[in-house]
Design a protein around this ligand. Structure first.
Ligand code: GLV
Ligand code: MN
Ligand code: MN
Length: 427
């Protein structure tokens, strides 16, 4: 019986450590090892080649599509049936730990290794996938590869995105050797499963082993360009200034006020994560600021309302400071609910292994929310230590926590991969 199989937790943890060495840096403040594998950099390329090699060693047939998504396939007994896909991402923010995304990809690979070791075939193929630029930290749009694969973003638009140095997604894919040949639109899998670190404090604080993810909250990102007048800090009277830095600060504080107003619900979150003054000198009034706004809300209507409110404030801040504020919406996804039946299967598999669990809504964006457009999709969350801190070198889930999540991934993946053909499976 499938539930008698156990993944090799030590092997999984070693594989997370090995991938974590690619793009690793030592944080000067904490002395901790962190990871910087921004999408399509040389470090991401090294991480990708490493994982592809591991996929091939596990017997998977690897294909790359035109947005650089990578799919490693293990044949099924009936290989014409739609596959069960296990995936996530291996790109990172600039200040990451080694678990975000990597657990879902290397966990999928560990499922395959476990099946290989046991000589266990599945009726349907299994595909382990990693998607390009889930983080959006370099090119500004999150879940980029999975959004292209599922038709939300056009390939041409994705290829044309540029980073702060003007380098395009298309050229950078080519530069690291991952501008693949496969068509960008993914044929619908039978189901998609993603195991991921929670990236928050809830599961650990509640003493739970796992989270069964009900859905992902809505996300809205803006990139702001605020243009005032650069001037000498000592000689320019205050009344004559058009200080782009002050306008940015007003917008940042307005975000806080919107949250405090309670008008957008108790779960509303707002962040200005980038605030770059130009020229950025002690004695120059900032003539220009580049900034970002990140809004999150599980209620899509309240997210829309909050976005409208902050857009109205951009005009207000511009008027108050005599600057111009232009904004570009770089990401917008609504609340996405996951498949309830898959959620029940995850809960049942956790019960069968004696693992405690509860339903949880994801605060972070994930590739699974894009795949949910194509097929039944679900996520398993693993708790994190240190209040579940993430996007930070202190990010940590233990070997046990990771193994619990991937054992449940194994159980649910196997059961789904043995599901008989349905009318939607091509003959
Ligand atoms: C992805 O990590 C996000 O910003 O939610
Ligand atoms: Mn992630
Ligand atoms: Mn992340």
């Amino acid at each position: 019986m499938t539930s008698q199989l156990f993944i090799d937790g030590a092997r999984l943890y070693r594989s997370l450590a090995a991938l974590g060495e690619l793009g690793a840096f030592t944080d000067p403040h904490s002395g901790l090892r962190g990871v910087c594998r921004l999408a399509l950099t040389a470090e991401d390329g090294a991480g990708r080649r490493h994982v592809v090699e591991q996929m091939r060693e596990a017997g998977l047939t690897v294909r790359v599509d035109r947005i650089g998504n990578v799919f490693g396939r293990r044949a099924g007994l009936d290989d014409r049936l739609r596959p069960v896909m296990l995936g996530s991402h291996i790109d990172s923010v600039a200040t990451a730990g080694r678990f975000d995304g990597c657990l879902g990809v290397l966990g999928g690979l560990e499922v395959v290794r476990t099946l290989n070791d046991a000589g266990r075939a599945t009726l349907r193929p299994l595909v382990v996938a990693f998607f390009t630029d889930e983080e959006g930290a370099r090119f500004g749009t999150d879940m980029l590869g999975s959004a292209v694969a599922t038709g939300r973003i056009a390939l041409e638009d994705a290829h044309a995105l540029r980073d702060r140095n003007g380098l395009s997604v298309r050229d950078e894919l080519a530069a690291i050797g991952f501008l693949g040949d496969d068509p960008p639109r993914l044929p619908a899998p039978f189901a998609y499963l993603e195991c991921h670190v929670e990236q928050g404090p809830v599961l650990r604080a509640a003493g739970l082993d796992l989270g069964v993810v009900a859905g992902v909250q809505g996300i809205c990102w803006h990139e702001l360009t605020i243009v005032g007048k650069a001037a000498h800090a000592g000689t320019t009277p205050m009344a004559l200034r058009a200080d782009a830095g002050v306008a940015a600060s007003r917008i940042n504080l307005a975000l806080r006020d919107l949250v405090a107003s309670g008008r957008f619900g108790a779960e509303f979150r707002a962040t200005m994560g980038v605030l770059l003054p130009h020229p950025g000198l002690v004695n120059v009034v900032p003539g220009e600021v580049t900034a970002t706004v990140d809004l999150r809300n599980p209620d899509s209507a309240l997210l829309d309302a909050a976005e409208a409110a902050i857009i109205a404030f951009y005009a207000e801040a511009a008027r108050m400071e005599g600057v111009t504020v232009t904004h570009r919406r770089t990401a917008r996804t609504p609340y996405v609910g996951f498949d309830a039946e898959l959620g029940r299967r995850i809960a049942a598999a956790a019960d069968a292994r004696g693992l405690s669990h509860a339903g949880i809504v994801s605060g972070a964006g994930h590739d699974a929310q894009e795949l949910a457009r194509l097929c039944p999709a679900a996520m398993i969350f693993v708790p994190g230590e240190h209040d579940g801190i993430s996007h930070n070198p202190r990010e940590l889930s233990t070997e046990r926590q990771c193994a619990d999540g991937v054992n449940v991934l194994l159980d649910v993946a196997c059961a789904l991969a043995d599901a008989p053909a349905t009318p939607e499976d091509q003959p």
